[in-house]
Design a protein around this ligand. Sequence first.
Ligand code: PTJ
Length: 259
Amino acid sequence: MSDYDTVSAEVEHEEEIPEDHPRYQDLITRHRIEKGVEKGITHLQGMHAEGRGSAFDYLLGEETIPSANDAERAAAAQLLLADHPVLSINGNVAALVPAEMVALADATGADLEVNLFNRTPERLTAIAEHLREHGADDVKGLEADARIPNLDHKRSKVDAEGIYEADVVLVPLEDGDRAEALDEMGKTEIVIDLNPLSRSPQVADVPIVDNIIRAVPAITEHARELADADDDELQAIIDDFDRERALEAAEERIRSGDL
Ligand code: PTJ
């Protein structure tokens, strides 16, 4: 079987995808996004976003590179040290890693907030419901009673008691304008994005260049390991992390990776 062989789009459940398939992770990802669109969670544009991400992941060798693992550890330290951490959820994130985001929220004491680029009440409600089906108790983002400054009206909507007042936010697969606007608000931003040249990782305090399906469980694992660490130990992990070096290492791997 070559790397380019695929599995029929007729696959109904992801368990039907053979685990020994050379592109197993990519097929699972594609399948989850497709189901997300069918369920009214994921926007059609989410398919384009996924295709773009998948091309970068292919060039990264579909694995967590060492600099991404360092970023995931720094992200765990940031979330644990935060006064009010919030994890932002869009239609792709909800389709790909719903239970994993709930587990990360539990491990770090973070809130979950639905925050959409293509915002509609139907998708907001469907995503909140989907997260609850995967174990979430409280899902923010439905009130949208505050605004991120310097962003157009629809995309600026957040919860006053959620992203608006958070000190640390995890914004996976985020749009560049919003990442910049959150940065201008002084938030500590953790971004997960497979494209190191995209504006969101470029403005992030902690850019994680890794597939979200690997990154989120990895952050949770680091957070569980660091659960008993004191503030000095967490701060030392944050201070040791070099965002520029992480971005350069990812770009270097993508440009020169031996596939
Ligand atoms: O659900 P909504 O309405 O909030 O819309 C969500 C999308 C993702 C459609 C929207 O935010 C969007 O259009 O995003 P962009 O501008 O396409 O950016 C998405 C970024 O995520 C790109 O840089 C991709 O490379 C990256 N990406 C895609 N899939 C993954 C990924 N990064 C990590 N893991 C992935 N699986």
